[in-house]
Design a protein around this ligand. Structure first.
Ligand code: SAH
Length: 497
């Protein structure tokens, strides 16, 4: 219990120390934790208490008394209102340091690792040379504006009001023209934007995906129905913007009343539904509903590290859980004896198999199903009722790349039973990563090295790749980044001073 009981409208002063999972600043007043939006670590602020619970409260920023030394001017005009880039007014170097610290603190607090161990093993966050225009995928809500006409933009952080913007600095410049083409086609054909309250109106979202290396572009219209008027008019308007690059236009029906963006299926109205892109030298076909990493420049760095961590010599059996369209499996296949990818979305597995074929990769198999279920069928003594004559070898290396909620504990238990010599964990959520690493450690796996890779510059999201090992022998081709994070940040800081 705090010494002082806070109540609504109390004025408080505090210094922001950290950021929460949704990007709000976290600071303490008289030892009591408050979340304050639009603040950054290092800001000394005055705020008004909005709501108090037993163990924490929410406050509204009234004044920044002393700005954080990490503050800078955001290049984007709407960055404070829009939910996407909550860190754009934080110097990029500070963003990387914040992400490093987030992983560090979670591994110590949640994972229970000793501080000295983490400081030795957690490497500096790998940043971008140019942290703008990096996203290959964007999803824009389309809603009715005050003028009664359709508008596209972004949702303001945690609300459903659309912030209009003519350009988003982390997305390709051409997206603004593609959106304009959709809006002009809507105006010309009197197509209504979706209205969440009444559930009426046709166009809900415009999704745009680019293959940065291939130059391909895909536009996917999420609609509250099954068809649109003047399909040809829409295609031509988009082609006028991108004559060569436009490879796919699809419609994705979604008549649900909730805020799930995508429907379950799609229909091509132009092209065959795919775009291609090249990542780590492999060509990938990507369909509109499949997961594909949004920052290809950093994804290559992440995958190269993951492969280094896997320490492959050409002899290994690799199990790639949560494999999506098979990106990591196919990249590892050239240095392994065999790879098995497992993924819950059937469409993504179809893409993965197709991707193995077009790249002539014969030693990768893919299975549709939940990782936690499929892995049970790989345990010793499992009675294979599927009739499959293929006997799978026990994996030497297991790669996991789960969604934000992390791995199911039954999945980790099964990995522990399979006892691969190395586990490479790729995570987009440091707190579930830390929770899961603790289970691996208790199961006999030592943390060898971890590296945050900045896949989501200007947002508070953090990606990390981790190598764990049982009876670790450092493989010959394992290269350390070479400098400890502690030294790295100390050197950078001393250069600034
Ligand atoms: N490794 C891939 C995809 C990672 S994203 C890449 O780098 O591109 C996480 C993936 O896990 C998604 O494709 C999602 O569909 C899948 N997924 C979610 N829950 C799952 C589960 N229980 N079992 C298997 N796959 C799952």
């Amino acid at each position: 219990m705090p010494d002082i009981m806070f109540k609504k409208n109390d004025e408080i002063t505090l210094t922001i120390e950290d950021l929460s999972d949704d990007g709000s600043g976290i600071g303490k007043s008289d030892g009591f934790i408050f979340f304050v939006k639009n603040t950054l670590p290092g800001d000394a602020i005055r705020a008004k208490v909005m709501k108090v619970t037993k163990s924490y409260g929410f406050a509204r920023l009234e004044e920044i008394i002393t700005p954080s030394s990490g503050r800078c001017r955001a290049l984007c005009k709407v960055s404070e209102k829009c939910g996407g880039c909550s860190l754009q007014n934080f110097k990029y170097e500070e963003q990387l340091k914040f992400k490093y610290n987030k992983v560090r603190n979670d591994l110590i607090r949640i994972g229970g690792y000793p501080e000295e161990e983490i400081e030795k093993k957690l490497k500096p966050a790998v940043g971008m040379d140019n942290p703008y225009r990096y996203r290959n995928k964007a999803q824009y809500p389309v809603r009715i504006g005050k003028d009664g006409k359709p508008h596209a933009g972004f949702f303001a952080g945690h609300t459903h009001s659309v912030i209009e913007t003519d350009d988003c600095l982390i997305e390709p410049e051409i997206n603004a023209s593609l959106l304009n083409a959709v809006i002009s086609w809507m105006n010309k054909n009197h197509v209504k934007a979706y209205d969440e309250e009444s559930g009426k109106g046709l166009v809900r979202h415009v999704l745009i995906r680019h293959g940065f290396k291939s130059g391909d572009c895909q536009v996917n219209l999420v609609i509250n129905g099954n068809k649109i008027p003047d399909e040809i008019g829409l295609i031509n308007a988009l082609k006028d913007v991108m004559s060569d690059g436009l490879k796919s236009v699809t419609l994705c029906p979604n008549t649900r009343k909730d805020n799930v963006i995508l429907g379950d299926s799609y229909r091509e109205i132009y092209g065959d539904g795919y775009i291609t892109d090249i990542l780590v030298g492999i060509t990938f076909k990507i369909s509109p509903l499949s997961f594909y990493q949004v920052n290809p420049v950093q994804t290559e760095k992440l995958y190269v590290l993951a492969k280094e961590y896997a320490g492959l010599s050409g002899e290994e059996e690799v199990l790639d859980l949560y494999c999506g369209i098979g990106t990591i499996s196919l990249m590892m296949a050239s240095s392994a004896a065999h790879v098995t990818g497992v993924e819950i979305i059937n469409r993504a597995i179809k893409d993965a198999k197709e991707n193995a074929k077009i790249n002539n990769i014969p030693n990768a198999d893919f299975i549709t199903g939940a990782a936690e279920d499929i892995i049970q069928t790989m345990l010793p003594g499992h009675d294979d009722k599927s009739g499959s004559s293929k006997k799978r070898r026990k994996p030497d290396v297991v790669v996991v790349d789960p969604p934000r909620k992390g791995c199911a504990s039954s999945c980790i238990d099964a990995i522990l039973t399979l006892a691969p010599s190395r586990v490479v964990y790729i995570s987009c959520n440091p707190s579930t990563l830390a929770r899961d690493l603790k289970i691996f450690r208790d199961g006999g796996y030592e943390l060898i090295e971890a590296t945050p890779v900045d896949l989501f510059s200007h947002s508070h999201h953090v990606e990390t790749v981790v190598l764990m090992s049982k009876n670790f022998e450092r493989p010959g081709n394992f290269v350390q980044i070479g400098i400890d994070a502690e030294d790295y940040y100390r050197i950078k800081d001393s250069k600034k001073e």
